[in-house]
Design a protein around this ligand. Sequence first.
Ligand code: GLU
Ligand code: ZN
Length: 485
Amino acid sequence: MDFSKIRVRYAPSPTGEPHVGNIRTAIFDWLIARNSSGQFIVRVEDTDQARKVEGAIDLQKASLKWLGLDWDEGLGLEGKYGPYIQSERLTLYTDVAERLLQSGKAYKCFCNAQRLSKLREKQLDSKAAIVGYDGHCRSLKLDESDISGSFVVRFKMPDAGLSELDDLVRGHLEFDNSLSDDFIILKSDGYPTYHLASVVDDHYMDISHVLRGEEWVSSVPRHVQLYLALEWEMPLFAHLPTILAPDKSKLSKRHGATSILEYKKAGYLPEAMFNFLSLLGWSLDGDTEIISKEDLVSKFDPSRISSASAIFDIEKLNWMNGHYIRSMNSLELSQILRSYWKEFPPEIFDRTPSSNEVDEVSKLVQERIKVLSEASGLVAFVFKNEITYEPNELIQKNMDAESTTRILDRVNESVSKIETFCSRAIEVELRALADSIDVKVGTLLGTIRVATSGQKVSPPLFDSLEVLGRNRVLELLHVAKSKLA
Ligand code: GLU
Ligand code: ZN
C-alpha cells in the first residue's frame, strides 16, 4: 500500500441521526485529507440490516453538507474503489471468508442460539475468565453436506501470543490473544460482521488512516489477526477519545441534543460547530479556541489528538456561537437568519418577514443572541399582528391609568412630528419630551416598550421603534390608550 497517498474514510452505519461523536470523527478525517491533498471517502456500513433506518443516509449527507465536509468518493459519488455501500459488496466478503476457510484460518460453526446462550450462562455462573465462544466447532471433521441448518463463519484466533498495534493516539497497544474468542466474520444471513467488512474495505479501498472512536479499541486484536491472516499491510490507526458530558458520563440525550442536525435546528452556525467539534480531543496549542476552518485545514496535526476523553461543554459552544454571530457583518447574519427562518419558521411570527425587515432586525439581535433560535423571541413584536399584554403593565411605578394615558397622548404627538423617523431622532425627541413633561425617562420608555413590544426583554427601544416604523408605532400607541380607557 502506498501510504504517501492519504486516504481516510468516514464509515457511518445508517442507524439513525448522525451523532456529534461520529461527526467529530468525520471532521478529523476531512482535516487530514484536506491538509494533505488526500481523499476523504464516505463508506456506508450497513451490514447490520436489522438496525438499518430508512433515510439515515440522507441525514448523514445533510450533516456533512451543513458542515462543509465535502467528500471525494462514496455517498452518491462514483470512484474506482466502489461500490461504497457494504451491502453492495457482499461477494467480496464471502470471497475473503472463503479464502480464510480454505487456508484453515476460519471455520464454519453450526452451533445454535440455544447452545450459545447456555454456554454463556455457564461461563457467567462459573465466573470464567472469558465469556465467549468455546471453539466447539473448531475441529469438526464432519462432511459439511451432512450438516443441515445454517452456519456462521468464525475466525480462528491464535491461542497464545500478543496482538500489537502502535496507535497514533494511544501509543503502543498489546492484547493477549488467549483472551479473545473465535469471533464471527460471516453471519448466517451471508452478511459479514463489522470486523470482516471494515478490514476488507479498508484494505481494498487503500485506506491509509483509520480514525474511529475508542469504543473500537477492544476490536483491535481481532483486526490485527485478520490483517496477519490475510497477509495485508495494516493502515495506521487512531482511536479517538470518547466525548463525555460535563458530569463525565457518556454524552447522551439527557444532557441535551446528541444529533448534529438538532444543533442546526437550534440555531448553531456550522462554522462554530466545526470549530467546537474540532477541539474535542484535539488542540492547536492548548489555548487557542477560535480557529477558522482554513487554519484548521492547514494546522491540523493528528499527532496532537489527545487520548484523554473530551468534554462536550455546551456553555463553551454557546459562547463560541455568539462569537461567530458577532464577528460577521449584519448583512451576512441577515442572510443566514433568512434561510434559517425559511427552514424553521418561527411559530411566534404571524407573518413572514421581508428581506428588508430581516436586514433590519438582524442589526437588532446581532449583539444579543448566542444562537439563531433566540432571535425570533426578541423581534417577535415586529412580526406579530397583535401585541399582547395586560393593561396595567403599561402603568409604571408612581403612575396611574390617567397619567399614563396623558403620556401616551404626548408620545403620540412627538412621534408624529419627528422629521426623519430614525433611532437617533426618536431618542432626542423622547428624551426632550420626558424633560418637558417632568416624567422620568425610564417611566416614559417603560410605557412605550410595553405598548410597542409587549415584551419584558426586547432589543434597544429606539432602534426597535425605527424598525417598527412610524405608522405601526402610532397604531400601537392608539391600541394602548384604548386599553386604558
Ligand atoms: N460503522 C462504524 C460506526 O458507525 C464505523 C467504525 C469505524 O470507523 O471503523 O461506528
Ligand atoms: Zn460452533
